[in-house]
Design a protein around this ligand. Structure first.
Ligand SMILES: C[S@@+](CC[C@H](N)C(=O)[O-])C[C@H]1O[C@@H](n2cnc3c(N)ncnc32)[C@H](O)[C@@H]1O
Length: 265
């Protein structure tokens, strides 16, 4: 392999926090499909209050609300553009949904703004963006009533290893920070944070995309979002097409980390 190229100095700045929420909403069919499966693990009667931790543009939140005809959802996310997209999508639910802009690492009962602890937590495609899972799980336990369920899925150890290798073959290390945790570490962390009935497992989720624009837009918006954040549009286009060409096939080699756990009584 050649020496790593430096990332281009383009003068274009974008916060790693920024998401292109409208594009994410359009291309997030894979996450929505996985989210439906995670939501299917939550036993709900329809009148609960549920926290969606990292609600994004609200596509999974919408399915959650449909299962709560007399319940409530707190849609929490750290990114204002995502929350704005979610507000648009979920407007028809009125006061049944509250929107909270917060980092999950700063989550507390006061920040959540509910009168009582929540009855369940759902989280999809988010935890790997949060770099301190001990604090994350402790914060979640702190807003859940005893016996409340957590159903979650995020990237696991080994997630998108082939894609990261394709980036490396172009002379770059993928820039950004994630925590792709192992099931073993996650199990220990959840118990330490006050959960029992902990189940953690992984499964591969190879995700085919059409080569060309669909694949490159997906890489730009999701997997390589933080890497390309500071690039000019010309640099981005060149880099994304180099990575796409280096992939053996237009398939994202996702590995998902699944979590089911109960807040200890
Ligand atoms: C890939 S999106 C997933 C959105 C949605 N759950 C879904 O499945 O489509 C990840 C979301 O996590 C949010 N996020 C990342 N780190 C966060 C943090 N520390 N606190 C709160 N939200 C965070 C991002 O803003 C983004 O909306």
């Amino acid at each position: 392999m050649t020496a790593h190229r430096d990332r281009p100095e383009s003068g274009v700045t974008a916060s790693p926090r920024d998401w292109d929420a409208a594009t994410y909403d359009r291309i997030s069919d894979p996450m929505t499909r996985w989210g439906a499966e995670v939501l299917g693990r939550l036993v709900l009667h329809g009148d609960e209050t549920v926290l969606d931790a990292g609600a994004g543009s609200g596509r999974v939140t919408e399915m959650l609300l449909e299962r709560l005809p007399t319940g409530r959802v707190v849609a929490l996310d750290a990114t204002p553009s995502m929350l704005a997209e979610a507000r648009r999508r979920l407007a028809r639910f009125g006061a049944q949904v509250a929107f909270v802009e917060s980092d999950l690492l700063e989550l507390s009962p006061a920040r959540l703004g509910t009168d009582a602890p929540v009855d369940a937590v759902l989280s999809t495609a988010t935890f790997h963006w949060v770099l301190d899972h001990d604090r994350l799980f402790a914060n979640l336990a702190g807003v859940m009533r005893p016996g409340a369920m957590l159903a979650a899925q995020c990237g696991a150890a080994g997630n998108i290893a082939g894609l990261i290798e394709a980036v490396r073959s172009t002379g770059f290390e993928r820039a950004g920070r994630w925590l792709y945790a192992t099931p073993q570490d996650t199990h220990v962390r959840l118990e330490r944070a006050g959960f029992d009935e902990v189940e953690v497992w992984t499964h591969p989720e190879p995700t085919p995309l059409a080569s060309g624009e669909e694949l490159e837009t997906y890489l730009e918006t999701v997997c390589l979002r933080t890497h390309v954040a500071g690039m000019s549009s010309t640099e981005r286009a060149r880099f994304l097409s180099e990575v796409a060409a280096a992939m053996p096939e237009p398939v994202i080699d996702y590995v998902r980390l699944n979590i089911s756990a109960r807040r200890r009584s």
